[in-house]
Design a protein around this ligand. Structure first.
Ligand SMILES: Nc1ncnc2c1ncn2[C@@H]1O[C@H](COP(=O)(O)OP(=O)(O)OP(=O)(O)O)[C@@H](O)[C@H]1O
Length: 846
């Protein structure tokens, strides 16, 4: 790491010692924003001060010494967490340089060390973490692309090998990592690196991606050469991500015990565009979680359940047996509402055992963690009995995985008090009767306190002073207190320590001695408690893996029960899967839209003989909603959920592609039309017979004829060559002619009618094309004078006729040209004439 040893500021002299220390530490961590403790504040200086002030909206001040002035900004140590959280959210990596000696005791400059590295992708502090998984990702190349991900909070470590940059990008978008490490070749890639930088906090991590280095890192961590890391690209990614995680955790990463190599080919392909347009995790036009598919499904009761549901939504299944197995479990809970309620009530009290297992494995579990573990384990036997009692095969298998670990629970219960304090060093953790030595020390302290408690009565009797009191304060310790009227009766063995207005306080050698005894015993007891606790914690480390397995089983249970709850509450049905390619939804609904108002259900019938639906209808009639609702039904079915419909018979779909509405410009700088065409290209290249393709308004971003021709050609290609299930919503009325030529294409429209007072949307999808002249109807309804509307109708008819003529003329002209005899100039002139002819029409059409 290079050090610059310079600091932005003004002045000629050398840096004052404090700033010199700052710069030295800062330069050791060039990838981080160093927060430098100065008393009650974490400070930044120079450029970093400006950066901090900008990021958090702080006032920038200046640190001025004799020879040097530099910008300064800081945050209070006490409330650092909230500020750090905001820094992390902006993708800033933070290094905390704390004072590591008592400033009062220090000679000269207080010693400071970097005690914590906190980065968006590697935080473990519970108060900085959201319940969702927090992934750190690393990407590298080498015969393809390697992607590795770690969630430091749970110890999950997984990765895969991909064959294209697009696939890599899609996979990355599914996980939405909090932080991304890039190998240099990707970091420097002109478009890709740029695109990633726009979407994620990205970091170049040169050295960590070295192949040999990666192998060493993995082997050192697992003790054996890495299993499942089977390509150079994946090796580099996995090594880099692990090295970086280790670095931020100061080498403590025992919670990472296995690497999972997974195959994205085992799951339905859902790219970033589809996830976004279907609003699976994020609502497109503002709106919170309740406007997303995840939001309406998330009836989970535990954090691991919530994370698992997200994982299922990211990765819908392709294997029918696996899907049916999930559906079995969901159905069991749909049928048995009593069981469902009981399970959900119990789960509510279960802690986040997945993260707890992570802390247990890495020796960081607190007393509260262990108490929470015991409380959670206490719920397991009843839960298990409940499931076993219901005699559903799908749930019996799950019941078997509910491992109550009685020995762990008993051990914790025997040792720990029910509600231990957060701090481990202040005592109050361990029950009486658990450890003989601790009992002895507590006994000694107790005996001392009893002796003192008895002293008051004894001394009152001996001295005859009725108001004599034994008290305690922090400065003098225990004392005997006598009020003024009795000063004369104070015995000789009392030694005055403090005089107040009307009373005097005394001590005595034996009282002093007792006090020391008590303090010694208490101190020893605290130490002993910590030792006993540490021993308990160490003894439980080997169970971390079993706790994690239990957490996984409970998470699954949670998701089944949650999906069943949604299904029961909102009247979903179990989807069935067809062998023959039939795709039939009766009375389907949009899972999210229906939650926010009355909803009109609609049917959809597709099959190999009816693959392409051309959907027309006026603006706002519900075309997009219809497209999406059917995609969501497919998606839900393949995660193993019931679906919002009266009946759903579905093929297993390998991909869902969407090209809907105004695309948010994902890559920046490209025109909307370019983005649209790139998406279209991906669909046409990637879709298969088993894909579901949603196209909405394709071709809108360009001139009418360009757009129409592209839409037309794309529809034909999807119909003839790709043969995907395609729903094509369009404003190009011309496309309704397609079904006459394409045997597996059908027209549908969304019904709307004019009624007194306005255009009424029925949101009902019916066979046949839409009525053509909605624009004019709307104009009439809006109060445009009838003679104008009538005239417009005439013009429309004329223009349509001419448009048809123009196209025909152009085609004829093109077909009759002998290209081999055409000079470049003549070709240009021909093109010009064609353009003029078509423009006359296009402009008129507007
Ligand atoms: N089946 C339905 N039942 C009830 N409301 C619906 C239904 N379908 C759509 N809507 C509502 O109608 C409005 C328009 O829907 P949508 O955006 O799907 O229309 P559209 O035809 O795609 O419009 P445009 O052509 O302007 O893109 C939305 O507010 C939606 O919530």
């Amino acid at each position: 790491m290079m050090g610059s040893m310079t600091l932005k500021g003004e002045g000629k002299g050398p840096l004052p010692p404090l700033l010199q220390q700052y710069v030295e530490l800062r330069d050791q961590y060039p990838e981080y924003l160093l927060l430098f403790q100065v008393g009650d504040f974490y400070e930044c200086f120079g450029e970093d001060a400006e950066r901090l002030a900008r990021a958090l909206g702080l006032v920038l001040t200046h640190k001025t010494s004799k020879d040097f002035t530099t910008p300064m900004a800081g945050i209070p140590v006490r409330s650092a967490d909230t500020y750090i959280e905001r820094l992390l959210a902006q993708g800033v990596r933070v290094a905390l340089a704390d004072q590591v000696e008592d400033p009062q005791a220090a000679e000269g400059l207080v010693r400071r060390e970097v005690t914590q590295l906190i980065t968006p992708g590697t935080v473990t502090e519970e108060n900085l973490l959201r319940p969702d998984a927090n992934y750190l990702a690393a990407l590298a190349t080498g015969d393809g692309y390697g992607l590795a991900l770690i969630d430091v909070s749970t110890g999950e470590f997984r990765g895969t090998h991909l064959y294209s940059r697009t696939a890599l990008y899609d996979e990355l978008v599914r996980y939405r990592p909090a932080e991304v490490l890039l190998a240099p070749e990707l970091y420097e890639h002109p478009e890709f690196g740029e695109e990633l930088r726009r979407r994620f906090p990205v970091m170049l991590a040169q050295a960590r991606f070295d192949v040999e280095e990666a192998r060493r890192t993995l082997t050192a961590h697992f003790g054996v050469p890495p299993q499942g890391v089977d390509t150079p690209a994946l090796l580099r990614a996995a090594g880099a991500v692990l090295a970086y995680a280790l670095e931020t955790q100061q080498g403590r990463l025992a919670q990472v015990t296995r690497f999972l190599r997974y195959d994205p080919g085992a799951y339905m392909q859902l790219d970033g565009v589809a996830l976004a347009t279907l609003e699976v995790f994020e609502a497109q036009f503002g709106g919170g979680e309740e406007r997303t598919l995840f939001g309406v499904l998330n009836q989970t009761r535990t954090a691991p359940g919530r994370r698992l549901l997200r994982e299922w939504l990211r990765h819908p299944l392709l294997d029918r047996n696996l899907i049916e197995a999930r559906l079995e479990a969901v159905e069991a809970f749909v049928r048995d509402a009593v069981l469902r309620r009981a399970v959900r009530r119990a789960l509510y009290k279960v802690h986040d055992l997945e993260r707890l297992a992570g802390r247990l494995a890495s020796h960081r579990a607190s007393a509260r963690d262990l108490a929470a573990l015991a409380r959670s384990l206490r719920l397991v036997p009843a839960l298990r009995a409940e499931l076993e009692g219901c005699e559903e095969d799908a749930l019996l298998a799950l019941a078997e995985r509910l491992d109550g670990m009685a020995e762990v629970r008993e051990r914790i219960e025997a040792a720990l008090v029910e509600d231990p304090p957060q701090k481990l060093t202040e005592g109050g953790l361990i029950k009486d009767g658990y450890d003989a030595e601790l009992d002895r020390l507590r006994g000694a302290a107790e005996a001392g306190r009893a002796w003192i408690a008895a002293l008051e009565a004894k001394e009152r009797e001996r001295t005859g002073i009725p108001t004599l009191k034994v008290g305690f304060n922090g400065v003098f310790g225990y004392y005997l207190e006598v009020t003024r009227p009795y000063y004369a009766q104070v015995p000789e063995d009392y030694r005055a320590v403090q005089t107040l207005k009307d009373r005097q306080r005394y001590t005595r050698p034996d009282l002093r001695e007792k006090e020391r005894e008590i303090l010694r015993a208490e101190e020893a007891a605290r130490k002993r408690e910590y030792a006993v606790f540490s021993e308990l914690r160490e003894a439980l480390v080997p169970y971390a893996e079993r706790v994690r397995d239990l957490a996984a089983a409970l998470a699954e249970l949670d998701v089944y029960a949650a999906l069943a709850e949604v299904a029961a509450q909102y009247n979903y049905t179990r989807p069935r899967f067809s062998e023959d390619g039939v795709f039939r939804v009766r009375q389907g609904r949009h899972a999210v839209v229906e939650r926010h108002g009355a909803f009109i259900p609609n049917d959809l019938e597709l099959s190999p003989q009816q693959r392409l639906v051309i959907l027309t209808g006026p603006n706002m009639s519900g075309k997009s909603t219809y497209l999406r609702q059917n995609a969501l039904i497919v998606l839900l079915a393949q995660i193993g959920s019931f679906v919002p419909a009266e009946e759903a018979v579905l093929p297993v779909v390998d991909r869902i592609y969407t090209r809907i509405g105004a695309a948010d410009d994902i890559a920046g700088g490209r025109s909307t039309f370019m983005v649209e065409m790139e998406e279209l290209a991906r669909i046409l290249q990637g879709a298969t017979e088993r894909s579901l393709v949603l196209l909405d308004e394709v071709g809108r971003g360009t001139s009418t004829y360009d757009g129409l021709s592209l839409a037309w050609a794309a529809a034909e290609y999807l119909h003839d060559t790709v043969r995907a299930y395609t729903l094509f919503a369009t404003h190009y009325f011309e496309l309704t002619a397609l079904p006459q030529r394409l045997p597996a294409a059908r027209n549908f429209h969304v019904a709307a009618k004019e009624e007194a007072g306005g255009l009424v949307f029925y949101h009902q999808v019916l066979p046949g094309p839409a009525s053509k002249s909605y624009g004019l109807e709307v104009a009439r309804l809006a109060g445009v004078p009838p003679e104008v509307v009538t005239r417009a109708q005439q013009l429309l008819a004329g223009l349509e006729a001419r448009g048809g003529d123009a196209a025909a003329e152009v085609v004829e002209a093109l077909l009759s040209v002998d290209l081999s005899r055409l000079s470049p100039l003549e070709a240009l002139m021909l093109l010009h004439r064609i353009q003029e002819r078509l423009r006359g029409v296009a402009v008129n059409e507007g």
